[in-house]
Each structure stands twice: as C-alpha cells, then as structure tokens.
Design a protein around this ligand. Structure first.
Ligand code: FAD
Length: 514
C-alpha cells in the first residue's frame, strides 16, 4: 500500500530498526555482484552533485545485471521497511538517487552491454541503463559512424538517469528529448519483475518509466535510435540586447523545417559586465576572440542574451558551401552586428564541450562545491514576464554559472510519458546552473536555495505557467499541483508497477507504508 507524504512531512524517516547486516549478508549470497556496507561506499552513495543533502543508505549494491537488480528489489519487498534507489552517476541536485537506510543500486557497476540493432531500416544501439552517454557516443561514432540524435549538454550522465527525467539539449527542438528517442526498455519493476517494454509491448510500463522519476522501475537496458554522425560542427554565438528579439529569432529557428534551420539551437542570459563567470567574456568561442562592447547599443540593459546555434557538416564538404549555408540560415536574424562568434570543431568535441568546463571547474574546486540548481519549463506565453521578473530583476548579476533559456516544442514530446509540461506548443527550458565558491559557508548555500524558492514563488504570484524540470518537492499537495490532471495517472502507474513504494524514495512523492 502506498502512503503519501505524511511520513516525510512529519520527518518520520527514522525507521523501525531492522537487522541490516544479516539482510546484506543474505543478499550478497544471492547476487553475482556485491553488497557493500563500507562507510566509504555508503558515504559516496549518500552524496550527489547538488551537495545539498547527505543521506546514508544501509548498503551500496553493485549489481552484475538485471537479475541482481530484481533480487535487490525482491529482498526489499520481503523486508518490512527497506527502499531501493537506483543511482546513475549521482548528478541529481536534491538527493533524488539516495535512500535513507535503504539499498542504493550502483547502476554503473552493471556489466557493460552494447550492441547495434538494425530494425526496419533504422539502426539502434542497445545499451545498459548504467552506461554513461559519453561512452555511448564514443562507441557509436568510433566503430559505426553513428550517433544518438538527442543529447544532454553534459554527457557524464547515465542513460537510465536522463531517461527517468527527459534529457534535453539543443537538438530536442527537432528530435524531441531523449525520452522521445528510445524504442525499447528492459525494466525491473517495483515488484521485482524483469520486463521488456516498448510502444507495442507492455506499453503502459514503457511510457510510465520514461520521465517517471525512477518511480515505476529501474531501467537496465535501453534501445536508443541512431543516425549517421556528422564529422564537424560549426558552433556560433549571436548576442542580443533585447529579450523579445532574441526569443522571436529562437522561436522562428525551432519552428523552421529541417534544412531551413540549424542542427542545434540553445540560448543563455549573461550579465552586461566584466564578471569572468557570468559577464560578457563568457560569450566568445575561439581562443583570442574578444567581446567588443562598443558594438552594443546605448540602450542595452544590465542583462544580454546569446543565441547559440550549430550546423553539422562532413569533412568532404567545401568550406565555401558551409559558409554559404550558414549565412543563409543567419540572414534575417536580429542579433547585434559585430557580436557574432564562431568556431569549427569535431562533432565529438562539440558534444564533449561541458567536459572541458568540468575539468576547469575541478581544478578550481568549484565542481565539488554545492550546486543549488533550479530548472524550469516556462510557457512561451509567460516567458517575457519571467524575463522581466527574474532575469532582469532578481538575477541581473547572474548565478555564478550559466543561465540557459531556449525554446522547445511540445509536439516533439509524447504525452503518454510521465513528464509534466506547461501548456502550449512552445515552452522554454530555463536552467539556473549555480556554482558556489569552494568551502562556501552553509548560509550562502541556504540563501541561494531560498532564492530558488523565491523564483518559484514569483512564478506562482505572477500566474506564470511553468513546471519544474528535475522537480523537487516536499509535499503531496505540491506534487499534485506539479502533475495537475496527470496526477491520478501517475498514482495509478505507481499502484501498478511499484505498489509497495519501494523505488526512488527520495523523490519524496510516495512513502513506503511500514
Ligand atoms: P542520478 O542522479 O543518479 O539519478 C536521478 C534519478 O533517476 C534518481 O531518482 C534515480 O533513482 C533515478 N535513476 C537513476 N538511474 C536509473 C535507472 N537506470 N532506472 C530508473 N531510475 C534511475 N539534464 C538535461 O536534460 N540536459 C542537460 O543538458 C543536463 N546537463 C546536466 C549537466 C550537469 C553538470 C548535471 C549535474 C546535470 C545535468 N542534467 C541535464 C540533469 C541530469 O539529466 C539529471 O540530473 C540526471 O538525473 C542525472 O543522471 P544521473 O545518471 O547522474 O542520475
């Protein structure tokens, strides 16, 4: 039986004691993989990229394959109170892959599965749920000259982790999010069953799990649609001083048909100042390129906007042909002339661009500091209001890291999946990717978390139509509001596939009744 959130609200997470060590010993005997209660392992499983929560599990399980994952779920079912959280690469912000005194399953430990599957003229890659997208990219490109169509900006994320949320980047306007680009999944449900599902087979489970926040099953394998990989990418940034013009151009590009638009469209907001983390110097792409602010009109305000686009091409394409194509696509766009930046790089380098930023951030100590990030989908009808109330006002000095804003098309998302979206065909991804200095005082981090709350509150007060992406809520009332008229479907799906509320407990949507 599912009990909704009251146990969490009463902070009743301290459970009745169970004999953890004998349970782990018994489980270890059944598995091909391993079970660790070593504090180094449980400590790792109790942390994530957000760095806001630290929640120690009973054990970290390293499964060898789907059979092991099923045994873990079954063993939790037999206990009176254990929960199970799949951990991809732990890049959540709010502890979503944790399990307080439960079993955390390290999906990256699973045996690597990779095969190419041709079906009806299309080609797919079958990959493990715990595979990193960067490894999927390397294998597909280097051995087959193929690649998935839809990406995230950063690729050290697992296939199962992003498919449990959505998976968006600058290709999603054309191909939809990553959850629109999988044909089949192998899933271990909350009942401990291993089920193959697709649009035509066990379809309710398939669509439940996609964007399902880990609530209905653990993805142990995914079949990802591929396309021929380009060799090269021309990556271009265009500066705008007015939001309406920026948004108008971005929307026109994402609505154009293939061939008449770029292969990648994103955008971001930056401060009209010299701040090295959030200001004008973050825009130029090629080394040595300079942002000459004398090109800005006098009317430019404290925040500016950057449309980021890219075109794919092949090694044997003539440079002049690429130039002509790019100029055709750029013609008519209203960016500030003189503030256009570009660089040519290989497709793999382009997709690995955030890895380079990661290496720098690790060296500076900011990668391991807390990241109180906030991600939202905001309806086109309210994005100008959002810009005025949030970017131009509250965040005019930035968030210490990128502030992404770019349009997506609802028709590229499948309404049968579990994701909640705002109304209307066009909505914007808004990502406030906050970085904090190393050894920041907790009070600073609390202040930034509070500012996130304030932004959500501004959206409510101004009746802005929005949904949190990678949502994080504390009460049933908030989750109901988040899912709106999809809430009853979400609850029915939980009853069907994880009736004991074993899975992904720290999403705090359902609590195990014990
Ligand atoms: P985890 O954090 O380990 O898990 C996330 C949730 O999924 C948890 O509830 C967990 O229990 C569940 N889960 C994990 N694996 C499985 C599985 N196999 N089956 C079922 N449930 C599972 N997102 C985008 O869409 N686009 C981006 O461009 C993007 N860029 C990012 C850049 C950085 C630097 C970071 C830190 C995050 C970014 N994200 C982006 C967000 C990211 O997609 C999510 O945080 C994602 O959940 C992280 O994947 P993970 O493998 O680390 O999952």
């Amino acid at each position: 039986m599912i009990a909704y959130l009251e146990p969490f609200i009463q902070d009743n997470d301290s459970r009745r004691p169970h004999d953890g060590s004998s349970l782990c010993e018994a489980l270890e005997l059944q598995l091909q993989g391993g079970v660790s209660t070593d504090s180094r392992d449980t400590g790792l499983a109790g942390k994530d990229f957000g760095g806001l929560y630290s929640i120690t599990p009973l054990a970290l399980v390293r499964p060898a394959g789907a059979d092991d994952v099923a045994k873990v779920v079954k063993s939790a079912l037999q206990s009176s109170n254990l929960t199970v959280a799949a951990r991809g690469n732990g890049h959540s912000i709010n502890g979503q892959a944790m399990a307080d005194q439960g079993l955390v399953v390290d999906m990256r430990a699973m045996e690597d599965h990779f095969s190419i599957v041709p079906i009806n003229g299309l080609t797919y890659a079958d990959v493990s749920g715990g595979a990193l997208w960067e490894d999927v990219l390397k294998r597909c490109v280097s051995s087959y000259g193929l690649a998935p169509r839809s990406w995230t900006d950063y690729l050290s994320l697992t296939v199962g982790g992003t498919l449990s949320n959505g998976g968006v980047s600058g290709q999603a306007f054309r191909y939809g999010p990553q959850i629109s680009n999988v044909a089949e999944l192998e899933v271990v449900t909350g009942k401990g069953d291993i089920v193959i599902c697709s649009e035509n087979e066990n379809s309710e489970l398939f669509f439940s799990v996609l964007g399902g926040l880990g609530q209905f099953g653990i993805i142990t394998r995914a079949r990802v649609l591929l396309q021929p990989a380009p060799d090269m990418v021309r990556w271009i940034r265009l500066v705008y001083d007015e939001f309406e013009r920026f948004a108008g151009d971005a929307e026109s590009l994402v609505r154009r048909s293939e061939g008449d638009s770029f292969d990648y469209v994103e955008g971001f907001v930056f401060s009209n100042n010299d701040d090295p983390l959030t200001g004008r110097s973050t825009v130029p792409l090629a080394s040595g390129a300079v942002f000459d602010s004398s090109h800005l009109p006098e009317t430019a305000g404290s925040v500016l906007y950057c449309l980021e686009v890219a075109v794919h091409y092949r090694n044997n394409d003539q440079v002049s042909t690429v130039d002509t194509d790019v100029e055709r696509l750029l013609s008519g766009l209203g960016y500030v002339k003189g503030l256009r930046f570009q660089v040519d790089l290989s497709y793999v380098q382009f997709l690995s661009r955030v890895k380079r930023a990661e290496e720098e951030a690790i060296a500076n100590g900011v990668w391991d500091a807390p990241h109180p990030w906030l991600n939202l989908f905001v309806s086109k009808s309210d994005i100008v209001n959002f810009d005025r109330a949030v970017f131009k006002t509250l965040l005019k000095n930035g968030v210490g890291g990128p502030m992404l804003v770019y349009p997506l098309l609802r028709s590229r998302w499948d309404s049968r999946t579990s994701v909640a979206l705002p109304e209307g065909e066009v909505f914007y991804l808004v990502a406030l990717l906050r970085f904090t200095p190393p050894n920041s005082r907790p009070a600073l981090v609390d202040k930034l978390v509070e500012q996130n709350r304030e932004i959500v509150n501004i959206c409510h007060v101004n009746c802005i139509d929005f949904k949190l992406y990678l949502p994080h809520y504390h009460s049933e009332k908030e989750w109901k509001l988040h899912f709106g008229n999809q809430w009853s479907r979400f609850v029915e799906r939980k009853t069907l596939f994880d009736p004991m509320a074993i899975l992904a407990p720290r999403q705090k949507i359902f609590a195990r009744d014990f």
